[in-house]
Design a protein around this ligand. Structure first.
Ligand code: C2E
Ligand code: MG
Ligand code: MG
Length: 573
């Protein structure tokens, strides 16, 4: 096993520490003992034994000092196999490496199977070869012991990622033709498990998954590790299906989850010729796992396929063009009207500002595709700031033109929450345009709240203290507990459109909406419904007590000039 730099240092330190190592030579023929002793005595201290029983006695008393045993197989008084079996089955002794001494070729495989790490053929006519193999055996065992001590993840006992990749690379080297699978296992909504049930329970879940992953990997002759948090990697020979893995994990989870469902997702990248590098293969397995909804209430397996590859290429192209797109101002904003429906007639009360990107080669790119990409690549701040500034300028233009202030709501990415200049920037653009904070509403997605409760509560509190109205976007997607909701600072709930889709056809969906209307009442905030597409949905929502509606039923997102006309008309009424 090759070592990385750090471990080489560790080993050197160890070499220096106990400079001369001890080797036990076991053989019933004194001439052999003398011969081996003479070959090795310049470099090592030598202990001798002439029978298996004597050898075991010696090993037990010297166990902390022995670096290697050279073991003859055929001896009176307990043969070599007996010694091997004793060592293998004793945790305290199983770390001591053994090289068997034999003139019988057929015994080699059997002794390796019983735990020997190498063999030397009698007669001993090539001292150099013997010395080299002894040296190598000792080094290998030090590697292994260091891996045992430091290459393990302290929580789960699985390998660390570094060692895992080292193993996997070695495996590839020796098995270039073997089809192998890179497998990633993630737990759905793990941070919520931690938050709702406590870290100890979270750790228990991780250890349970780790046990399952380990036992599956071992059973298939592979290795497993924990990358970080709730992400596990497995590297094994290609499997036709992963039913056994999902069953192993599900069975173990059942033992610890009596009332709550914990689910996981598995992504797989099979690769017959190791054509892409190891890290890339795990990236692709991760990609496959990320293609599965994190909200799934089932355990799902996804295999990386061509469509995922195409998507990755498309993403890479978009990533390459972000810089230029920002410089060339390829973005513009559209507005989707919001109507207050609490009175007899719907009344235009605001609009959501939505960004649009027309890529010079790829054409129109969907925001739900490029926004996450900008978020992941640290560019969302620039884009959002551009959108917010456009919004502020637009409110000011209409204020000058029509003498009314039409508040606009802008989306604030979860990433913006961590920007220490957020409040200053927002206040700055409002001041530039002679506006007040209440003129700009901020939509923050519910999942941002559930992802990082503490930071967001602080930030939202300071925004609200400064006078901004904060709307919780896509409510219902993020699993806020009722308990959590009552302590969250917000000015409006914006229902996720998934809830609206089925209300006309499905009583259960309608009851859910009615329930959420009650939650909004309880929190004393208005309920906004988005994605309302037809009159049935509109009427049901009105009847249920929803306050504001946004959706294709009233209007698709429109240009700023079209929205200007809508304001004009609403003033004329
Ligand atoms: P969102 O904030 O939940 O925005 C609502 C999305 O629903 C918009 O999609 C809108 O066009 C769409 N929509 C509105 N009414 C209907 C309807 O009746 N039926 C259907 N099927 N869809 C409707 P869009 O513009 O594609 O935006 C998608 C998401 O991208 C937004 O979801 C928001 O999360 C994000 N986004 C858009 N603009 C910005 C932005 O400037 N900054 C940030 N950070 N995120 C943005
Ligand atoms: Mg929004
Ligand atoms: Mg939304």
């Amino acid at each position: 096993m090759a070592l990385n730099n750090l471990n080489v240092l560790d080993i050197e330190a160890k070499h220096e520490q106990d400079f001369r190592r001890t080797i036990l030579v076991v053989d019933d023929e004194p001439v052999n003992l003398r011969l081996l002793g003479n070959i090795l005595k310049d470099e090592y201290d030598i202990a001798y034994a002439e029978t298996g029983d004597e050898a075991l006695l010696e090993i037990r008393t010297q166990k902390d000092f022995l670096s290697l045993v050279l073991l003859d197989l055929h001896m009176p008084g307990g043969n070599g196999y007996m010694v091997l079996d004793e060592l293998k089955n004793n945790d305290e002794l199983s770390n001591i490496p053994v090289i068997v001494l034999t003139s019988d070729n057929s015994a080699e495989v059997e002794s390796l199977r019983r735990g020997a790490i190498d063999f030397l053929n009698k007669p001993y006519d090539r001292p150099e070869v013997i010395r080299a193999r002894v040296r190598r055996a000792i080094e290998l065992s030090i590697d292994r012991n260091i891996i045992d001590a430091t290459g393990k993840d302290s929580l789960t006992g699985l390998l660390t990622k570094d060692y895992f990749f080292q193993y996997a690379r070695e495996y590839d080297k020796f098995h270039p033709e073997q089809e192998v699978d890179a497998v990633v296992v993630n737990i759905n909504k793990f941070h919520l498990i931690n938050e709702l049930y406590g870290r100890n329970y979270g750790d228990k879940v991780l250890c349970t998954i780790a046990d399952g992953v380990r036992s599956f990997a071992r059973g298939c002759g592979g290795v497993a590790c924990r990358d970080h948090a709730d992400r596990f990697y497995i590297y094994i020979e290609h499997q036709d299906n992963y039913d056994y893995l999902t069953k192993t994990l599900a069975d173990r989870l059942i033992d610890i989850t009596d009332k709550h469902d914990i689910h996981f997702r598995v992504g797989i990248y099979p690769d017959i010729y190791h054509s892409v590098n190891l890290e890339q293969r795990f990236d692709r397995a991760l990609h496959a796992s990320n293609s599965i909804s994190k909200n799934s209430s089932q355990d799902v397996v996804a295999v990386y396929d061509n469509s995922m590859h195409e998507k990755e290429l498309y993403e890479a192209k978009l990533l390459d063009s972000i810089e230029k797109a920002l410089l060339d101002k390829q973005f513009n904003v559209v507005l989707q009207p919001k109507y207050d429906i609490t009175g007899d007639e719907p009344r235009l009360c605001s609009a959501e500002v939505l960004v649009r990107w027309k890529h010079p080669e790829l054409g129109f790119v969907r925001p739900d595709f490029f926004i996450p990409l900008f978020e992941e690549n640290g560019r969302i701040k620039e884009l959002d700031r551009f959108v917010w500034r456009e919004a502020a300028k637009q409110i000011k233009r209409w204020k000058d033109m029509y003498g009314v202030t039409m508040p606009l709501s802008v989306n604030v990415s979860r990433v913006d929450i961590f920007d220490p200049d957020l409040l200053d920037f927002l206040q700055g653009i409002l001041e530039e345009n002679g506006l007040e904070p209440k003129d700009m509403h901020l939509e923050i997605t519910e999942t941002a709240y559930t992802d990082s409760v503490i930071t967001i509560v602080d930030v939202v509190n300071s925004l609200r203290e400064a006078g901004f109205k904060v709307e919780m976007d896509d409510f219902g997607k993020g699993y806020s507990s009722l308990n959590m909701l009552t302590s969250l600072p917000i000015d409006a709930l914006k229902l996720d459109m998934g809830f609206i889709k089925g209300i006309a056809e499905n009583n259960k969906d309608l009851s859910m909406v009615e329930f959420i209307v009650n939650v909004a009442r309880f929190l004393e905030v208005p309920l906004i419904a988005e994605g309302v597409e037809n009159s049935e949905q509109y009427l049901l929502l009105k009847k249920a007590g929803c306050d504001v509606i946004q959706g294709y039923y009233f209007s698709k997102p429109v240009s700023t000039s079209e929205f200007g006309h809508l304001i004009e008309r609403s003033i004329e009424r």
